[in-house]
Design a protein around this ligand. Structure first.
Ligand SMILES: *Cc1c(COP(=O)(O)O)cnc(C)c1O
Length: 358
């Protein structure tokens, strides 16, 4: 069986080494030494100052919205994972969808201004598949209209734009370290901001607002993560460079083997240092995508319709016509891509897809 992704699992001894330390210290959670070490090492690896390790990438979006005081309408993308939209609704905000660009699959900055109203307070955009949004245009629009910007960077670990981490852009950037992501802590997530006060506020918010054992200086909930999750992160972080390189080689192999049928892929700007988190391909129509998926499934290969459906179809959302997101969500497939995938398996996948076209 070849799934669309497989979580990376390090050699068990490397993890048990950390477990021995946890057993000795008997410190399991609540901002323990491994959580602190992970925060420092991730910041160091990405070249960032303020990073908070959280329980998941969805809470990361929620705490960013809360800490920035976002209310009313938020401009967002219909082409993302459901968590981008559901967190907005959960936090009492109204998502206002703006269609995506047909070449990048990211929110189209040219269409943002037309959607701004007196109620708009923020833009929440996803760097889809780790491909950065047009952060320069988005930041200019946000400044002009005094809006906050949050980037859902769930796919972006290790991505750089113009020489610095993509997490440097916007008021807050979020990350997910879920098991399916390129760098993972089983469950986990993070927020990044260059604003010290905001960082402090989110640190309090993730820990019930505790500012000392008897002082509560913010409204907070439980967004913490544990020593066990931090430990797997510390082990996996040592391997992340090798993981990115292997994914890059596999992606190049896909490009070569699928070259003749000219499937469209998201356009990535030249200033981007990419992380090869996903291998999305766009078929000419929905029928071709489903035919390829069915043929692959017959050989126990499971690509994923990611993202499908377009988020305007969520039951708690007022339906809206966004033709580009609608079209792309129906035609896109993410092909299998993970550290343990072999070049032979990529060859097999490509042979099956090519056979549909011959
Ligand atoms: C995975 C993902 C999330 C949610 O992250 P969790 O850690 O699973 O909560 C949010 N947004 C996008 C785009 C994602 O892919």
């Amino acid at each position: 069986m070849i799934p669309v992704t497989k979580p990376y699992l390090p050699p068990l001894e490397e993890y048990t080494h950390y477990l021995e330390g946890i057993w000795k210290r008997q410190w399991l959670t609540n901002n323990g030494p491994l959580v602190n070490e992970l925060e420092l090492k991730v910041s160091d690896y990405l070249g960032l100052k303020n990073f908070l390790f959280l329980n998941n990438g969805t809470f990361a979006i929620q705490v960013a919205l809360k800490a920035l005081g976002i209310t009313g309408e938020v401009i967002t993308t219909p082409f993302s994972y459901v968590a981008t939209t559901s967190s907005l609704v959960w936090e009492g905000c109204k998502p206002v969808f703006v269609d995506i660009h047909p070449e990048t699959f990211n929110i189209d900055p040219e269409k943002i201004e037309a959607a701004i109203t007196a109620e708009t307070t923020a833009i929440l955009a996803t760097h889809v598949y780790g491909n950065p949004c047009d952060v320069v245009k988005i930041d200019a629009i946000a400044k002009k209209h005094s809006l906050k910007v949050i980037y859902d960077g769930a796919h972006c670990f290790g991505v750089k734009y113009k020489g610095k981490s993509i997490f440097e852009y916007g008021d807050v950037s979020t990350a997910s370290f879920h098991a399916t992501k390129l760098f993972h802590t089983v469950e986990g997530g993070g927020v990044f901001t260059n604003n010290k006060e905001l960082h402090k506020k989110m640190a309090l918010m993730r820990n019930f607002g505790h500012d000392g054992p008897e002082v509560f200086s913010e409204l907070g909930v439980n967004g913490k993560n544990s020593e066990f999750h931090a430990a797997i992160g510390l082990v996996n972080l040592k391997k992340v460079e090798a993981i990115i390189q292997k994914r890059k080689q596999l992606s190049i192999n896909y490009d070569q083997k699928l070259g003749d049928i000219k499937l469209q892929k998201p356009k990535i700007d030249r200033s981007v240092e990419f992380n090869y988190g996903y291998y999305p391909v766009l078929f000419e129509d929905e029928k071709a995508a489903i035919t390829c998926m069915t043929r692959l499934n017959r050989s126990q290969i499971f690509p994923r319709r990611y993202f499908y459906p377009s988020l305007v179809h969520l039951p708690y959302i007022q339906e809206d016509a966004l033709p580009i997101s609608e079209d792309i969500s129906k035609r896109v497939l993410c092909l299998p891509l993970y550290y343990e995938l072999s070049f032979e398996e990529v060859d097999l996948i490509c042979r099956i897809i090519n056979s549909v076209y011959s």
